[in-house]
Design a protein around this ligand. Structure first.
Ligand SMILES: [Zn+2]
Length: 112
């Protein structure tokens, strides 16, 4: 699969068991730091300063997913415009955490 931000091939790792199927899945882009994680019913996607987190209980027509897709498109556009630095520093001062219960997001300070 290709990175939705920069288009490069992502590294994909999965762990599965015979009876349950895929239990953990990770996709990481070494070029722009896009990251997708699925583990035991919880999902997360991070890129740039954004963190989106949800669970298997989140309805697929939740507005959250519209917000996520719009932000992925916006960030891919930002990347193509050459603002690559924004994606190289996910540990920058703050991230915006967005959840189905709070699609406006919360700013989380990152300690260094
Ligand atoms: Zn990428």
């Amino acid at each position: 699969m290709n990175c939705p931000i920069c288009g490069k091939e992502v590294n994909r790792i999965t762990y599965s068991s015979y009876d349950i199927g895929i239990e953990e899945e990770y996709e990481e882009c070494s070029n722009c730091n896009y990251y997708y994680e699925y583990a035991y019913g919880s999902y997360a996607i991070t890129f740039g300063k954004y963190y989106f987190g949800w669970t298997y209980r989140t309805s697929s027509n939740n507005k959250f997913f519209k917000k996520l897709n719009r932000q992925l498109k916006n960030s891919a556009h930002t990347y193509r415009q050459g603002h690559i630095r924004q994606f190289k520093h996910p540990e920058d001062f703050y991230t915006i955490h967005i959840y189905p219960e709070n699609i406006k997001g919360e700013i989380w300070k990152v300690d260094r």
